[in-house]
Design a protein around this ligand. Structure first.
Ligand code: MEV
Length: 326
C-alpha cells in the first residue's frame, strides 16, 4: 500500500498537494476455479505482486480527464476499453463527494490487458486508492471492494469478486462463499505463468459460459460442480504439499474449461509444452479464450525448464511465481 497521510478534511476544497495522490495494485492468477466462481463454487487465487498498475490524480483545468499509454480523454468520451476505469474514477469521486472538474487521473499499467491477469480490477483499485489519497480520507475495506466491483461489473458483466480481492491481496487465498480465506501451504510451490498473446474479453467469456450452461443446464451445472470438487481437492493437496496430485487437478480443470467453451488453440499449445517439459499440471488462468496459462512445477530448476519450453512454444511473456518458500 502506498503511504499517504490520512486526516479528516473539514472542507472539500483541496489545496494542491506537494506529492501527487497515488494508488497502485497488482496482477493475479487463478490456480483453479475460474468461471465456476461466478456460480458460487470456490476458487484459489494467486497474487502476482511484481506486475503493477499505478494511478495518479493530477490538476488539469477543465472537465475530468483520464489518461493512459500517452493518450488522454475526457471521461465522457472514453473508448470502450477504458469504460470500467471511467466508472472507477467517477464512482470514487462521488463516494468522497469531490468535484470532478480540473482533474486528470493518469493510469500506468504494467499488466497486460485482456490476458486473464486482473488488469481491470488492478486499475480500478489503483484509481480508487489515488482518489482516496486525493480526498485525504480513510476508506473501509467493504466500501473499497464495492467501488472496485462497480467498475468490474462494466468489465466482467457478473464478477464473482475474486479479482477485486486478488489484486489487493498479498498472499494466495481460497475464495469461498464470496469471501477470501487463507490458503495453507504444506510446501513451496513453483508456478510459471505464460501469456499466449491472444487477447480476449472477460465479459464475452463469462457470457459464453452462461450460454453453454443455459443451453443444457444439467450438463453445465455438472461441469461447474466438477470444477468446484477439483478446487476443494486442490486446497487439500496444497495443504499437504502434494504437488503432483494438485497438478493433475489443474489439468483436469483445463479439460472442463475447454468443454465450457473458453479454450483456445494457443492455450492447448502452451499447456502441452508445459506438461511435456515436466510440469505437474497446466491450465488456462482467468477467463480464457486466450490470455494466460499457468503451470505448476515441483522445483525451481523444473520451473526454469518449463519457462523455456513455453517460450519456445510461442508464449509472448512468461513469469515465475514461487509461494511458500521461507
Ligand atoms: C476472471 O479472472 C475470473 C472469472 O471466474 C470471472 C469472475 O470470477 O469474476 C472468469
Amino acid at each position: 500500500m502506498d503511504c499517504v497521510p490520512i486526516r479528516l478534511a473539514e472542507s472539500r476544497s483541496m489545496p494542491a498537494p506537494a506529492v501527487l495522490p497515488t494508488g497502485s495494485a497488482h496482477a493475479k492468477a487463478i490456480l483453479v476455479g475460474e468461471h465456476a466462481a461466478v456460480y458460487g463454487h470456490p476458487a484459489i487465487a494467486l497474487p502476482m505482486t511484481p506486475l503493477r498498475t499505478v494511478a495518479e490524480v493530477r490538476h488539469s483545468p477543465g472537465p475530468l480527464r483520464l489518461s493512459s499509454g500517452g493518450r488522454s480523454f475526457p471521461v465522457t468520451q472514453l473508448p470502450h476499453r477504458f469504460a470500467s476505469v471511467g466508472v472507477a474514477t467517477t464512482a470514487a469521486l462521488d463516494f468522497f463527494n469531490l468535484p470532478a472538474d480540473d482533474l486528470e487521473v493518469a493510469v500506468r499499467s504494467g499488466i497486460p490487458p485482456q490476458a486473464g491477469l486482473g488488469a481491470s480490477a488492478a486499475a480500478a483499485h489503483a484509481i480508487v486508492e489515488a482518489v482516496r489519497a486525493h480526498a485525504r480520507l480513510p476508506l473501509d475495506e467493504a466500501s473499497r471492494f464495492e467501488l472496485v466491483q462497480s467498475a468490474e461489473r462494466v468489465a466482467h458483466g457478473n464478477p464473482s469478486g475474486i479479482d477485486a480481492y486478488a489484486t489487493r491481496a498479498s498472499e494466495p487465498f481460497v475464495f469461498s462463499g464470496g469471501m477470501p480465506a487463507p490458503l495453507l501451504l504444506g510446501a513451496p510451490v513453483w508456478f510459471v505463468v505464460a501469456d499466449t498473446g491472444v487477447r480476449a474479453s472477460t465479459d464475452e467469456a463469462v457470457a459464453g459460459v452462461r450460454r453453454t450452461v443455459d443451453a443444457d443446464p444439467a450438463r453445465g451445472s455438472a461441469l461447474l460442480a466438477r470444477i468446484g470438487d477439483l478446487t476443494r481437492g486442490a486446497v487439500t493437496d496444497l495443504e499437504h504439499g502434494q504437488l503432483t496430485a494438485f497438478g493433475q487437478r489443474m489439468t483436469a480443470a483445463q479439460q472442463i474449461l475447454t468443454e465450457l467453451g473458453v479454450g483456445h488453440a494457443m492455450i492447448d499449445q502452451l499447456v502441452t509444452a508445459a506438461v511435456g517439459a515436466g510440469a505437474a499440471g497446466a491450465k488456462l488462468t482467468g477467463a480464457g479464450r486466450g490470455g494466460c496459462v499457468i503451470a505448476v512445477a515441483t522445483g525451481a530448476d523444473r520451473a526454469e525448464v518449463i519457462q523455456s519450453a513455453m517460450t519456445e512454444a510461442g508464449a509472448v511473456a512468461v513469469w515465475a511465481v514461487t509461494v511458500g518458500e521461507t
